[in-house]
Design a protein around this ligand. Structure first.
Ligand code: ATR
Length: 286
């Protein structure tokens, strides 16, 4: 430039999703949409990294030209053990799905909790004012994040129902007295007092068996939500909708957890808009 200082060209921030496999991920489409519509420099790609290579991958993340990454199956626990600075949420879940670098140091967060809560807030505003009792189907990693989020927002009692009862019991025990575990056979008795029903299992997902549950007995004011988003309208949500319940599909959680990561890497909080939802819905239909 004319005033004599050499122009400093900053490399464009690059982020990616790391998984094994990861090719089917919609995250590049989501982040690419935000980069384009916000007019920000940057890119978001895909890295398939085998389980044995994940620690090395994270330690060389910066050298590979990345400012951060999303972490998906099966690497969330490895990321939790590898990053140097953890948020409280990541520590509570012992799982990291979002990594960024600050002054050369790896930081890890888990944005599934805020993603789930933001999706519920958007799809069923005011849900938490009346949700005293929640029933959560499933006891895996997604369930753990959702239970933590529900407790954070004041739900008095969370009942976890899982095919493998031991897993539900271990999860309930790790949270304390506001979480209880029951066997799948008692789900019918749980429905009448429930204000919120959440499916966190993979049942109902394309290619998986259906979730076989009869919602008879669920009170009309109860909200029903599913984390499955392929298909968007699962049999559970279709049944709930036909009974007059407010329903929240699983795409919102994916989009809202992504928004939190985007802010870490690209410096702006993006919005989850109907237009973005439609872009992903169209892609899923392909
Ligand atoms: P995520 O991280 O998505 O939660 P996960 O840890 O593999 O994934 O958990 C999958 C959940 O779906 C578990 O609750 C699992 O039940 P088990 O603990 O009994 O395995 C549940 N799930 C998957 N397939 C199922 C099936 N066919 N019937 C009942 N539950 C199933």
């Amino acid at each position: 430039p004319a005033w004599g200082r050499p122009a400093v060209t900053r490399p464009e921030p690059r982020a990616c999703i790391v998984g094994w496999p990861a090719k089917h991920s919609r995250s590049p489409l989501i982040h690419g949409y935000w980069l384009k519509t916000l007019g920000l420099p940057g890119s978001y790609g895909v890295e398939e990294v085998a389980p044995g290579d994940m620690v090395g991958f994270l330690r060389t993340l910066q050298a590979r030209g990345y400012v951060g990454c999303n972490v998906t199956v099966p690497h969330k626990e490895t990321a939790y053990r590898t990053v140097e600075v953890l948020t409280d949420r990541a520590r509570a879940l012992q799982a990291v799905n979002t990594v960024w670098i600050e002054r050369g140091v790896l930081h890890g967060d888990n944005t599934d909790i805020v993603g789930f809560l933001a999706s519920l807030d958007a799809g069923a505003p005011g849900w938490d004012r009346k949700a005293a009792h929640a029933v959560v189907l499933g006891a895996g990693g997604a369930s753990r994040a959702i239970v933590a989020g529900l407790l954070d927002r004041g739900v008095e009692l969370v009942t976890v129902v899982n095919r493998t009862r031991d897993r539900a019991e271990a999860l309930a025990e790790s949270f304390g007295r506001r979480v209880q575990a029951v066997g799948w056979e008692s789900v019918g008795q749980l429905l009448p007092p429930a204000d919120l029903l959440v499916n966190t299992t993979s049942l109902g997902m394309k290619g998986q068996p259906p979730l076989d549950i009869d919602l008879d007995g669920l009170k009309e004011s109860a909200v029903v939500t599913d984390i499955v988003y392929v298909p968007l309208e699962t049999a559970l949500l279709a049944q709930a909708r036909s009974r007059g319940h407010q329903v929240v599909d699983g795409l919102g959680m994916l989009l809202h957890q992504a928004a939190a990561g985007f802010e870490h890497w690209f410096g702006r909080r993006p919005e989850v808009t109907p237009e973005l939802r439609q872009v992903i819905v169209d892609d899923l239909a392909r």
